[in-house]
Design a protein around this ligand. Structure first.
Ligand SMILES: [Zn+2]
Ligand SMILES: [Zn+2]
Length: 342
């Protein structure tokens, strides 16, 4: 099968082609696993973190990609949850132990043995992939394969982030950064919190325009001060400065949720600008969102079908994965980027 593989940690500034197209043997599913013929795979900012080594795969070569849509091609002897040919989705959670305190409390996203698709196991930048059947999802029929792919990470993690903000309808919500996840969160907000005003901070005019088209109440640069204080803010940027600015815009008792697997180091000194009485006192909170549970994915897919959410997508061929990642890095974003595989 054809696959785009990453052979080691790489610097995009020096190497614009970190992924290599190769032919590799078809994976064989274990007894509780299914072999999935991949049709679409979403491109996520986390792939950039993996390539740069901020969240490095434990072994190489590795096939990236964790927003996978495909059809069940083969099943292990104890993997009969899906029919052959049935459409399934695979998300970031590849497996968790199922036995530890966190798993038993429904926090499998925090399991010490958490394995991530496309980092700890081969993912979806390939014609086929393998996953434990218990970690695959049925996809609501109303979505095309391309529409469904970004729901599996950008959408589901956005949904989890929104839940962690504990926002109530009518309260002001801020989004810093407006990529694949932000635009899906805005669509959820418009449906579930119709009386909340959404304030979007973004460095690019294109993203700000896009946010206004989707119903943002106010948009501005990361540096701008919004006209009203915000009860909750979700940060999806890779940088620190937006975090510091967001704390300034937060209402007393408000919560900032950081939806980023890793932050880049380059503007870390911005943190020294935090002024305790102005930016943190008055019970302001900062919380990160880590990974995802199967319940998040299932609940979000059902909600997305109910609304229904139609993600804005941009398609690339499998062998254009390097270009898709570079454009993501350069924030040439409108909606979600998808690899069209077969
Ligand atoms: Zn992702
Ligand atoms: Zn566990």
């Amino acid at each position: 099968m054809k696959a785009m593989i990453l052979n080691g940690v790489s610097d995009f500034e020096r190497n614009r082609q970190p992924l290599e197209l190769i032919d590799m043997p078809l994976p064989v599913p274990g007894e509780k696993e299914i072999l999935v013929k991949v049709t679409r795979c979403g491109v996520c900012h986390t792939e950039l973190d993996e390539i740069a080594g901020r969240t490095a795969p434990p072994h190489f070569p590795i096939v990236l990609g964790h927003q996978i849509i495909g059809r069940v091609e083969r099943r292990g002897s104890k993997a009969e949850r899906f029919d052959l040919g049935e459409r399934v989705g695979i998300a970031w959670i590849y497996s968790a132990c199922g036995k530890c305190k966190f798993c038993l409390e429904g926090k499998e996203n925090l399991c010490a043995k958490f394995m991530a698709t496309g980092r700890d196991s081969n993912g979806g930048y390939a014609e086929y992939t393998v996953v434990p059947a218990d970690f695959a999802y049925r996809i609501p029929e109303i979505f095309s394969d391309s529409e469904a792919a970004p729901l599996l990470c950008a959408g589901a993690i956005g949904y989890r982030s929104l839940r962690l903000t504990a926002l109530q309808d009518g309260e002001n919500m801020g989004l810093t950064g407006f990529g694949a996840s932000g635009h899906l969160v805005l669509k959820i907000l418009r449906y579930k919190y119709p009386n909340s005003r959404v304030f979007v901070f973004s460095r690019t005019t294109e993203e700000r325009e896009f946010a206004r088209e989707l119903g943002a109440f106010w948009t501005g640069d990361t540096e701008d001060e919004p006209p009203e204080k915000l009860t909750a803010i979700i940060d999806t940027t890779p940088a620190w400065k937006p975090v510091v600015k967001a704390l300034r815009s937060l209402e007393k008792g408000g919560r900032l949720v950081i939806n980023a697997i890793r932050k880049e180091e380059r503007d870390k000194e911005s943190l020294l600008e935090i002024d305790y009485p102005r930016d943190l006192w008055m019970e302001k909170e900062i919380k990160s969102v880590a990974n995802i549970t199967r319940k998040d994915v299932e609940e979000f897919l059902a909600l997305a079908a109910e609304i229904p959410i139609r993600p804005e997508i941009q398609e690339y061929a499998l062998d254009e994965a390097n270009r898709a990642l570079l454009e993501l890095k350069e924030r040439k974003i409108r909606g979600a980027k998808i690899l069209r595989i077969q």
